[in-house]
Design a binder for this molecule. Sequence first.
Ligand SMILES: C[S@@+](CC[C@H](N)C(=O)[O-])C[C@H]1O[C@@H](n2cnc3c(N)ncnc32)[C@H](O)[C@@H]1O
Length: 251
Amino acid sequence: MNGLRAGGCVFAEQEAALLEEATGGATADLERLVARRVAGEPLEYLLGWAEFQGLRIVVEPGVFVPRRRTEFLVERARDVLPPGGVAVDLCCGSGAVAAALRHARPDAVVHAADLDPAAVRCARRNLPARVYEGDLFAALPAALRGTVDVVIANVPYVPSAAIATMPPEARDHEPAAALDGGADGLAVLRRVARAAPDWLAPGGHLLSETSETQSGPAVEELRMAGFDAHAEACDELSATAVIGRRTPDCG
Ligand SMILES: C[S@@+](CC[C@H](N)C(=O)[O-])C[C@H]1O[C@@H](n2cnc3c(N)ncnc32)[C@H](O)[C@@H]1O
């Protein structure tokens, strides 16, 4: 623990306990992991998992580490998904959102997709089936078109110029394609909003995480795509989401 504390880890005690558990107490292994942690590697890559909605989600190096604030998307998806409904976790990364939603709503049919083969491989370790590789909706089976009740898309939303100001843990270790949302941070969300109406069932929902400052423009993007849209915040998780409901004007 002293090494972690000296290295500036804020939660040195908790992290030391988790690393000890991961190594089964083997001193040499523990020292190696502590050195990597002090050098700035995300704790979750060293453990091989991240806690998300009470679940241990497998996380591999090079795959976005699920953030606790994203639990808000799962909670809202759980609320709007009809019984036996169909959900898609687009830009799924490790598949944390899809796995948590399956856990919360075992009646639902949950699909997940990502462009990055490393993310897809990792998601397949967290989800028993229905994980696809490809660009946004193009990854999905065509039969899903017009049938999806909820699309959850935690897209990359950091404006390109702001990546350099992110904590080194994210900037140096997570893939740029998982963070970079283009010049205004809304490039991927814009594409999702425009394509989603084709895949959603009438009255279906699109949910996406955003930052507090981007929430106004993000809502506007959904409205321009025909959604009845608004933003919701969760103070407890420091989370902001944009939520759109498909209307007959969509598409
Ligand atoms: C912010 S991470 C979110 C990961 C996961 N949903 C989570 O909350 O932990 C964004 C993810 O979007 C994926 N991505 C970026 N562009 C994409 C695209 N055009 N099509 C599909 N996935 C994409 C990245 O590979 C990355 O896994």
